[in-house]
Design a protein around this ligand. Structure first.
Ligand SMILES: Nc1ncnc2c1ncn2[C@@H]1O[C@H](COP(=O)(O)OP(=O)(O)O)[C@@H](O)[C@H]1O
Ligand SMILES: [Mg+2]
Length: 228
């Protein structure tokens, strides 16, 4: 369902061209649970941003459900991103002045839900991530783990096919991080496709497949013992 074919990504820095990703070939199937590991600066976030249609590759083609992303109009690409892909970041990226409920309701505006449906769906999702009693709290009134759970609820509101999580436990202590990973593993058990970037080998071991990136290249791609 997600396929990268000979993807590269380069940035122009003054006179110099800096290539961040080299010849990436990667297929992620529906229902997969894939972890991407690699040192800082190896290109993990760049790869995730391409998978999430936040950035376009310099060469190669990205197919999402057999649709070539580079051939889509900007509007169609934005729709695909908003409706099919949920994104979770290390720093949560919640809007500070909005409550947990309002943060989760926000992305549903694009999907054309009525205000009542938005509220009901957001409440249901916040209950599912264990925050039924925190609906009115703003981010600074929540712990890091709670904020990440709000961010996960927000990522799920439009019922995406895939959840992309870029170091979702990177700003959390290990216990709280473990709870977030348990939540993500539960979503996978419910059928959601997961691609997760992590520094933490024990986090990666929860996945079914570990892809290693080094200097912008895939250097290893192995199933874990959880693989079906
Ligand atoms: N917009 C950009 N312009 C120039 N270089 C960038 C840009 N974004 C990332 N890079 C560089 O690309 C490399 C990979 O970055 P990134 O994908 O964030 O790595 P990781 O997530 O593995 O730490 C780094 O050297 C970074 O400095
Ligand atoms: Mg990164």
């Amino acid at each position: 369902m997600m396929q990268l074919r000979s993807i590269s990504k380069a940035y122009q820095l003054g006179e110099e061209e800096l290539t961040i990703l080299h010849d990436i070939n990667l297929t992620v199937l529906r229902g997969d649970y894939t972890a991407i590991v690699g040192t800082s600066g190896s290109g993990k976030s760049t790869l995730m941003n391409i998978l999430g249609c936040l950035e376009q590759p310099s060469t190669g083609e990205y197919y999402f459900d057999a649709r070539a992303i580079s051939k889509l109009s900007d509007n169609d690409r934005t729709d695909l991103r908003n409706l099919q892909i949920g994104f979770v970041f290390q720093q949560f990226n919640l809007l500070p002045r909005l409550s947990a409920l309002q943060n989760v309701m926000l992305p549903m505006v694009y999907a054309g839900y009525s205000p009542l449906e938005r509220r009901e769906r957001a409440e249901t999702l916040l209950e599912r991530v264990g925050l039924a009693d925190r609906l009115a709290n703003r981010p600074n009134q929540l712990s890091g783990g709670q904020q990440q759970r709000v961010a996960i609820a927000r990522a799920l509101v439009n019922q995406p096919q895939v959840l992309l999580a870029d170091e979702p436990t990177g700003a959390l202590d290990s216990r709280t991080g473990g709870e977030v990973i348990e939540l993500i593993s539960g979503l996978h058990a419910g059928g959601l496709t997961i691609v997760l970037v992590t520094h933490d080998a024990s986090v990666a071991q929860n996945s079914e497949r570990i892809i290693q990136i080094q200097d912008g290249r895939i250097t290893a791609d192995q199933q874990t013992r959880n693989a079906a």
